[in-house]
Design a protein around this ligand. Structure first.
Ligand SMILES: Nc1nc2c(c(=O)[nH]1)N[C@H]1C(S)=C(S)[C@@H](COP(=O)(O)OP(=O)(O)OC[C@H]3O[C@@H](n4cnc5c(=O)[nH]c(N)nc54)[C@H](O)[C@@H]3O)O[C@H]1N2
Ligand SMILES: Nc1nc2c(c(=O)[nH]1)N[C@H]1C(S)=C(S)[C@@H](COP(=O)(O)OP(=O)(O)OC[C@H]3O[C@@H](n4cnc5c(=O)[nH]c(N)nc54)[C@H](O)[C@@H]3O)O[C@H]1N2
Ligand code: SF4
Ligand SMILES: [Mo]
Length: 683
């Protein structure tokens, strides 16, 4: 027997943990964390450990499939791709290129190969419509920080003396951060603050604030009120490097802690205390949930408020605050759009900030384009690395839209609920069956670090890596000039041009840094904002008709905003808390993970449950004005009264059938996943 260990990284979620993959005779048998990896430091979660069961799952798609007379038939790659090429060229001829949507899910965020080739294909085909998770995940905070700082600084918790976990439970979504925080808690000068409708495991050691969902801006504004009125801000930084402080001072006067107490359910005394701790501790760092503050009617402004807080307290570009790294020197394989994607005119800042165009459109406008032909009809789609039928809001609308298309192709390692609607299903490799490059660390950890993503095993069945599918398809459609690559190595080389980084990465399988974090950058480099300063007041937002300084906005539907609806639906539904067994809709087919998390649970405080006759372990019917479903109740005394927390990603109990798309953030078009009114009754 020959054994072998390959160093690579897990791409099952956005953290890209370094791994050691052990093989027996070419078969993956065990996966461990990689202690030498400077960022993930040997961390591995249950999904990473279960990689062998995941990649060899009997549910894997092993051949392409074509729908014939309503049923899938196994076909060769030639047949499948010729069919796709004919249909795609047909759509272009009949309706023009923009009638095609290329849809790429969250895997495209962590996997450069998946995202880049989807993006390249849309450019080669000529459609501007790359639709992705960008308008439901993460982008809002990037944009809010860019509007404020002219760049995208990221939490730098290692050196912080005060950390606010704001709508974030790293034990479920970012395990390596929990480990880092637990180690820091040994230092008695380090202070942890948690803002969450639920007490999380780390709340034990923290100043915990139980907040009403969707009212985070009220807390932020009241904290600023205290910080400014008690003179706790960084005067030197504010005076020299910001614009709009006088306007901010005036603006926050209306938002007193006493006012915020009514809105947020947090006692005014606690608001004052945390404002003082945060402003005085220095360096302080707000680590916001990856989406829990963004998926709201005022998601963008929530993120912007946190940026303003970091700025006035002088926690920008300092160790332990928010810090930016340099850009990675990679080739840009995207091709220029000729036209505007869906939503470009309705969401101008999201689509183009100061002339920097976003390469994607607004994915949540997809159903409307298909079903109503607005603003123009979308007739075909290729979906890669996404399962929108389960993961997107108003899931019934996505399902209907996908079913009505003239042509739908799906690339995925599994026959997902979305793939089931396709005309053609193309079996994709999982991350371990292909090589590539991992550099997402810069975007999600602020660490200028990259590594070669080494292929661990040969493709399972007849699956192909995404890059190969796009290249072969492109060539068959007469777009071969854009897809010259035949081998994996050529693909990696296309990203990585000759130079120091390439040499360093080739030399060290664990990876290499490509620069340093940019501390105190404002001292010698002006922010890329129109004023050349950190913008507490944003003229850009004002010019677009948005609030130049964030105001408090009630959630779209809420006890206060829609009191009539609240009478019928008296509970607040928050959705999408992560669990370590699953990434979104994935991994349900892996027995070891399924056994430890067998079904979705609706969490509710026992006192609230008693009011509605709900029993621990019994089934409940959960209804919103959009839909209803059944789920087992699980008592959770850590959850705020009047709140129900439901996970996402479960096809048979899909919370996104309860979430509609009526409430959008007017700036980023984010849907409101986190504050939906519901009722729960015994089923
Ligand atoms: N209610 C509610 N809904 C939510 C959220 C919430 O908080 N609440 N969160 C939202 C967020 S933040 C996100 S990011 C989205 C995620 O939404 P999606 O991206 O749609 O979700 P995933 O289940 O990760 O889908 C990824 C798919 O890619 C496939 N895949 C894995 N590796 C590869 C590969 O290398 N190539 C290809 N072609 N396919 C691959 C997987 O099998 C899976 O089917 O969900 C959102 N949905
Ligand atoms: N295991 C696992 N890890 C993942 C993923 C996964 O699917 N599985 N997905 C990855 C992706 S794409 C994403 S976007 C991230 C998501 O990561 P996060 O958004 O950080 O998600 P969580 O850590 O679950 O924390 C969300 C917390 O927000 C709280 N919350 C809900 N509503 C509100 C609110 O209105 N205000 C406040 N203050 N808190 C609120 C919830 O109670 C919950 O504890 O996770 C990433 N990591
Ligand atoms: S699934 Fe787990 S091991 Fe894999 S990258 Fe995410 S956190 Fe790391
Ligand atoms: Mo996400």
């Amino acid at each position: 027997m020959t054994t072998q260990t390959v160093i690579s990284d897990c791409m099952l979620c956005v953290w890209d943990c370094g791994i050691k993959a052990h093989l027996d005779n070419g078969r993956l048998v065990k996966v461990e964390g990689l202690p030498e990896h400077p960022i993930t430091k040997g961390y591995i979660c249950p999904r990473g450990e279960a990689l062998p069961d995941y990649v060899y799952s009997p549910s894997r798609l092993t051949t392409p499939m074509l729908r014939e007379n309503g049923r899938f038939q196994k076909v060769s790659w030639d047949t499948a791709l010729d069919y796709c090429a004919e249909k795609l060229n047909g759509i272009k001829e009949k309706y023009g290129p923009k009638a095609l949507a290329v849809f790429c899910g969250s895997v495209g965020v962590e996997n450069i190969e998946v995202a880049t080739f989807a993006r390249r294909f849309k450019g080669a085909y000529g459609t501007p419509n790359l639709l992705s998770v960008e308008n439901i995940c993460y982008r809002a905070r990037i944009l809010a920080r860019q509007v404020t700082f002219g760049r995208y600084p990221i939490d730098d918790p290692a050196d912080s003396r005060c950390l606010i976990l704001w709508g974030h439970n790293p034990d479920s979504s970012k395990g390596m951060l929990s480990e880092q925080i637990r180690a820091k808690l040994a230092d008695k000068d380090f202070q942890l603050i948690v803002v969450n409708p639920k007490r999380i495991p780390l709340s034990e050691k923290a100043y915990h604030l139980t907040i009403r969902p969707g009212t985070d801006a009220a807390l932020g504004l009241a904290m600023l009120n205290v910080i400014i009125n008690e003179d706790l801000y960084d005067k030197e930084f504010v005076a020299n490097y910001t614009v709009g402080f006088p306007e901010l001072v005036q603006h926050v006067q209306q938002y007193t802690p006493e006012w915020a107490q009514e809105v947020t359910w947090i006692p005014a005394s606690d608001i004052k205390n945390v404002a003082r701790i945060y402003a005085k501790a220095g360096p302080s760092c707000i680590s916001q949930g990856i989406n829990s503050l963004d998926q709201h009617r005022n998601g963008f402004q929530n993120s912007r408020l946190l940026s303003i807080m970091q700025a006035v307290t002088g926690n920008f570009a300092v160790p332990g605050g928010w810090v930016e790294g340099p850009r990675i020197p990679l080739a840009n394989l995207s091709l220029k759009d000729q036209e505007e994607p869906l939503g470009a005119s309705e969401y101008p800042i999201f689509s183009s900030l100061w002339g920097r165009k976003a390469p994607f459109g607004i994915a949540t406008l997809f159903p409307q384009a298909v079903l109503e032909g607005k603003p123009y009809p979308i007739k075909g789609a290729i979906i890669t690395a996404a399962n929108p039928v389960v993961s997107f809001p108003a899931a019934h609308q996505f399902k209907e839209a996908l079913s009505k298309l003239d042509f739908l192709a799906v690339m995925d390692p599994f026959l997902t609920e979305t793939a089931e609607l396709a005309d053609v299903v193309l079996p994709a490799c999982t991350c371990l069956e292909k090589g590539g490059l991992s550099y997402v660390y810069g975007v999600v950890f602020g660490e200028p670090y990259a590594m070669i993503h080494h292929k661990v095993i040969e493709p399972v069945g007849e699956s192909w890596p995404d890059w190969k599918i796009w290249c072969e398809l492109g060539r068959r459609m007469g777009l071969g000039e854009y897809f010259p690559w035949q081998e994996e190595e050529e693909v990696v080389n296309a990203f990585l041009q000759p130079g120091e980084l390439k040499d360093a990465l080739n030399l060290n399988p664990v990876g290499a840094y490509y620069g340093d974090k940019q501390y105190y950058i404002y001292k010698n480099k002006k922010p890329n904002t129109p004023s050349g300063k950190v913008e507490l007041y944003s003229q850009t937002l004002k010019d677009h008709g948005y609030d130049p300084i964030p105001v408090y906005m009630e959630p779209g539907i809420s006890p206060i905003n829609t009191p009539e609806l609240y009478k019928e639906f008296p509970l607040i539904l928050i959705s999408g808390e992560r669990s370590q067994q699953y990434t979104h809709t994935q991994q349900r087919m892996v027995p070891v993970l399924r056994n430890s998390n067998p079904e979705p649970l609706a969490k509710i405080n026992p006192a609230t449950a008693a009011q509605y006759g709900l029993l621990d372990g019994a089934m409940a019917k959960i209804e919103t004005k959009t839909g209803q479903m059944q789920m087992r109740v699980s008592f959770d005394k850590d959850l705020a009264l009047g709140v129900v927390s439901v996970p996402h990603g479960w096809a048979d109990a899909n919370v996104n059938l309860l979430v509609d798309m009526e409430v959008f953030d007017p700036i980023t078009a984010y849907p409101d996943f986190k504050t939906v009114l519901c009722k729960a009754t015994p089923a």
